[in-house]
Design a protein around this ligand. Structure first.
Ligand SMILES: [Zn+2]
Length: 188
């Protein structure tokens, strides 16, 4: 929606609130509960081109969607997966990185420099930028598999979504035993 059609000039959220009003007018409550109906949790990037439910042929109510910069497995992702697994029906996890990801195009030092140029020193933040996307996927999938609070045999896979074709390429198969996973990932 462009500013010229915004009926709420000056309201930074006017466009989306207007869109929501239209959405709610035709909204039909599915009546589904808050558990993941397909048993799936997806961890993907915040990239604005990825629509996780559509990409996977799902609809609201089917899956838990976790997002952050780079689809990285952080402490908060692990915390959320424990809740999703034991309380909200999740039985499998897909870590979904993507092509053309900004996190693969910058080092942490690059990010610090770019933000410092805007007057903010971010050097206390570990941005978890990605130097080797496949090695990072192996590392992050293994981090979930080895997290002691999650079921040890829960299927966890890692893939890369191509933002130009819409296709997912699996990099880490769900049935790859943890002990056979290459130990080449970066140590963070
Ligand atoms: Zn990304």
């Amino acid at each position: 929606m462009t500013e010229t059609t915004d009926p709420h000039p000056g309201d930074p959220f006017g466009d989306v609130l207007s869109a929501n009003a239209a959405y709610a007018d035709s909204f039909v409550d599915s009546g589904r509960p808050g558990v993941a109906g397909s048993g799936l949790a997806v961890l993907t990037c915040m990239d604005s081109r990825i629509s996780p439910l559509e990409v996977l042929g799902l609809v609201p109510g089917d899956a838990k969607i976790l997002r952050n910069a780079g689809a990285r497995v952080t402490d908060d992702v692990l915390r959320t997966l424990v809740l999703a697994t034991y309380l909200l029906g999740v039985q499998r996890v897909l870590v979904l990185a993507h092509t053309d990801c900004g996190m693969t195009k910058n080092t942490d030092a690059d990010v610090h420099a770019k933000v410092l140029a805007q007057g903010v020193d971010t050097r206390s933040i570990d941005f978890r930028t990605i130097s080797d996307q496949e090695a990072t996927l192996v590392h992050d999938v293994q981090r979930i598999r080895s997290w002691p609070f999650l079921p040890p045999r829960m299927p966890v896979a890692g893939g890369v979504y191509d933002v130009r074709t819409g296709r997912i390429r699996i990099v880490v198969d769900a049935d790859t035993p943890a002990e056979e996973t290459p130990a080449t990932a970066p140590a963070r």
